[in-house]
Design a protein around this ligand. Sequence first.
Ligand SMILES: *[C@@H]1O[C@H](CO)[C@@H](O)[C@H](O)[C@H]1NC(C)=O
Ligand SMILES: *[C@@H]1O[C@H](CO)[C@@H](O)[C@H](O)[C@H]1NC(C)=O
Ligand SMILES: *[C@@H]1O[C@H](CO)[C@@H](O)[C@H](O)[C@H]1NC(C)=O
Ligand SMILES: *[C@@H]1O[C@H](CO)[C@@H](O)[C@H](O)[C@H]1NC(C)=O
Ligand SMILES: *[C@@H]1O[C@H](CO)[C@@H](O)[C@H](O)[C@H]1NC(C)=O
Ligand SMILES: *[C@@H]1O[C@H](CO)[C@@H](O)[C@H](O)[C@H]1NC(C)=O
Ligand SMILES: *[C@@H]1O[C@H](CO)[C@@H](O)[C@H](O)[C@H]1NC(C)=O
Ligand SMILES: *[C@@H]1O[C@H](CO)[C@@H](O)[C@H](O)[C@H]1NC(C)=O
Ligand SMILES: *[C@@H]1O[C@H](CO)[C@@H](O)[C@H](O)[C@H]1NC(C)=O
Ligand SMILES: *[C@@H]1O[C@H](CO)[C@@H](O)[C@H](O)[C@H]1NC(C)=O
Length: 664
Amino acid sequence: MEGLKIPLLFSSLFSVLIVSNAADTITKTHTINGSNTIVSSGGSFEMGFFSPGNSRNQYLGIWYKKISVRTVVWVANRENPLVDSSGVIKIIDPGILALVGGTGNIIWAANVTRSTQDTVAKIMDSGNLVVKDANDDNPEHFLWQSFDYPGGTLLPGMKLGKNFVTGLESKLSSWKSSDDPAEGEFTYWCDPRGYPQFILSVNSTKLYRTGPWNGIGFSTTRDLNNPIYTSELVFTTEEVYFSFETQSSMVSRFDLSHNGVVQRWTWIDRTQEWVLYRTSPRDNCDNYNLCGVNGMCNVRNSPVCGCLSKFVPQNQTEWGYGDWSNGCVRRTPLDCQNGDGFLKYSGDLLPDTRYSWFNKITTLRECEKLCLDNCSCTAFTNLDVRRGGSGCLLWFDELIDMKLYSENGQDIYIRVASSELGNLMHNSKHCYTYKSQKEDLELPLFDLAVIANSTNNFSINNKLGEGGFGPVYKGILEEEEEIAVKRLSNNSSQGLDEFKNEVVCIAKLQHRNLVKLLGCCIQEEEKFGYMSPEYAVDGLFSIKSDVFSFGVLVLEIVSGKRNRDFFHHHLNLLGHAWRLYNENRSLELIDEPQRDSCYLTEVLRSIHVGLLCVQQRPEDRPTMSSVVLMLGGEGALPQPRKPGFFAERNLLETGCSLSKDATT
Ligand SMILES: *[C@@H]1O[C@H](CO)[C@@H](O)[C@H](O)[C@H]1NC(C)=O
Ligand SMILES: *[C@@H]1O[C@H](CO)[C@@H](O)[C@H](O)[C@H]1NC(C)=O
Ligand SMILES: *[C@@H]1O[C@H](CO)[C@@H](O)[C@H](O)[C@H]1NC(C)=O
Ligand SMILES: *[C@@H]1O[C@H](CO)[C@@H](O)[C@H](O)[C@H]1NC(C)=O
Ligand SMILES: *[C@@H]1O[C@H](CO)[C@@H](O)[C@H](O)[C@H]1NC(C)=O
Ligand SMILES: *[C@@H]1O[C@H](CO)[C@@H](O)[C@H](O)[C@H]1NC(C)=O
Ligand SMILES: *[C@@H]1O[C@H](CO)[C@@H](O)[C@H](O)[C@H]1NC(C)=O
Ligand SMILES: *[C@@H]1O[C@H](CO)[C@@H](O)[C@H](O)[C@H]1NC(C)=O
Ligand SMILES: *[C@@H]1O[C@H](CO)[C@@H](O)[C@H](O)[C@H]1NC(C)=O
Ligand SMILES: *[C@@H]1O[C@H](CO)[C@@H](O)[C@H](O)[C@H]1NC(C)=O
């Protein structure tokens, strides 16, 4: 034991001398042997020979220089130890960095494909050992770098992933034991198929996976905002990789331990020790595919496994015993031809499947279409959860390895037979028949009978109150879902498509608290409505006419008053809203009960956007997509001008059951 410590002590004594000489480079004349080391220019990392744990073998490695606990982050000859201290690392002809044994045998060499005039190897302050031309510091010209060949440790700036151009794949591979840095059983690697995710494997069996990146972090890593490091996932046609940078001067590393645990460590200067910041897998539910296909793991349940809603155990007997390996099956088979639907699950279920597909541009609505169009698509979600969500990720075939989180969850939409959606009708005799389910996605239509039944046939006992649009009733849907039904006039004069466009936009407002739209029932069809001036006057109809109608609807919702019925000092609702806006009194437009809302900023913004929508000239109105962006965003809005139909009252009303979140 004593004998073992001496070489280490020796090298650290020696390194003090080296630092003053600023030797960070191996050249044709400067080599490293058992008695010296090189140290990076900022003094962060040191490279030399060491013996791990209780081993007597000698390895060439890199470790932290400033940290009092010897922590090796990279090993050159991990598969090929030196049994004595005769090894020398040097540049041999023709410009190759090689570890040479006592008899001149090459133990290890950096695999370079070209050479330069004056090849050197330099230890950088990041911990990266680079082989390069002495006079060329351009990283793109490096001949070789240790960062491309990680062992068990990921340092800041290192890339873990795959380069599709060079074919280089960098993954973490565990040591065999703390005494032996040779490649162990565990690997942590990037699966670039579909949307990339990272996987912990033993031999070739999956143990744990991170789930796909969601724009902020991997779905399994919950504490995304932390003071220690920032992570990124880069995914282009050329490469995919994960990397991280530490914030401030924190020392942090990411390790795959020899017993198969992915660990994040941070160095605490005050106590002079490494502290375990996070480990994965963390709980029982992180065990890959614990609950079988269509199963769902919830650590707060006992037992942890359950079936997705609308699914049942494949074999109830086995399931009852806690043998979940055969998973769950659909209660009702899918019927792709006649239209399936989707159930929304909140809280990050992160399925894995044989195949997934993504698109960075599309909206959630388009994702739904894409998924419906392919009969083997089983689920979809947003690719990026930032800024309200964008892009989409589709899954195909059976869903496995789903885990439920309670908070910061991402919504996922799982395909089920349309009959499983209960009261959601798409071909009812009371409603217009849909062109096809595929084209009407975000707006479920309710059967009037269901709505009527849920409110006891619009019983007076269920009446909650009377709003600007008409009476509001309390209703109870299947599965105890409490709703409020606003019964509007049946005197609809608006085309179904235009009307649905508007309502879909309201649906996008729902997280803003105004209305939570569950669905709609339309009883009859007449022509157009909430007419835009150009239509009323000239019979012209354009995309922007929809925007006008939407603007009216927004102002009606906010004020709780119907434009048609509203009259105030010879102004209709639009005129009134405009006047209040000009006098900086928009607050007064808001329906009394909503004035105390904590969403006041959003409501005021909605008024502003509503006024932009009802501009006299179509070219002054925003497009529907920018309306959605305006409502969702926080940026400055253009100033509205005087609206169209400023003082007239010729806007027609429409018929629909809107539902408002009655419980809030
Ligand atoms: C190690 O290298 C140094 C200088 O490069 C040299 O002085 C020393 O003798 C060498 N030690 C051994 C054991 O080869
Ligand atoms: C060296 O690189 C070549 C080509 O990139 C590769 O085929 C070979 O396996 C590498 N050898 C080692 C020891 O990494
Ligand atoms: C991985 O494979 C090795 C060699 O085949 C075997 O000894 C080891 O037990 C395997 N590990 C696991 C966890 O199956
Ligand atoms: C369910 O599992 C039990 C135990 O493995 C087995 O005996 C039984 O045949 C299975 N039932 C079906 C319907 O497969
Ligand atoms: C459905 O998607 C899968 C995966 O992208 C693809 O292989 C298959 O051809 C698609 N099927 C149809 C009918 O488009
Ligand atoms: C009507 O409502 C009751 C509960 O109020 C419910 O049990 C029943 O299933 C509903 N019927 C229909 C046809 O929706
Ligand atoms: C609603 O009215 C219909 C007929 O008008 C009746 O058949 C049904 O039972 C009523 N439902 C409830 C819940 O009152
Ligand atoms: C519906 O229209 C009819 C005739 O156009 C009218 O008499 C009735 O009052 C209207 N109903 C409502 C609720 O506005
Ligand atoms: C509206 O509904 C009432 C009954 O609620 C009916 O008498 C009236 O004819 C309907 N109006 C239209 C335009 O269908
Ligand atoms: C409008 O009112 C807000 C809040 O009362 C105030 O901060 C702002 O300066 C006013 N703007 C104008 C143009 O009067």
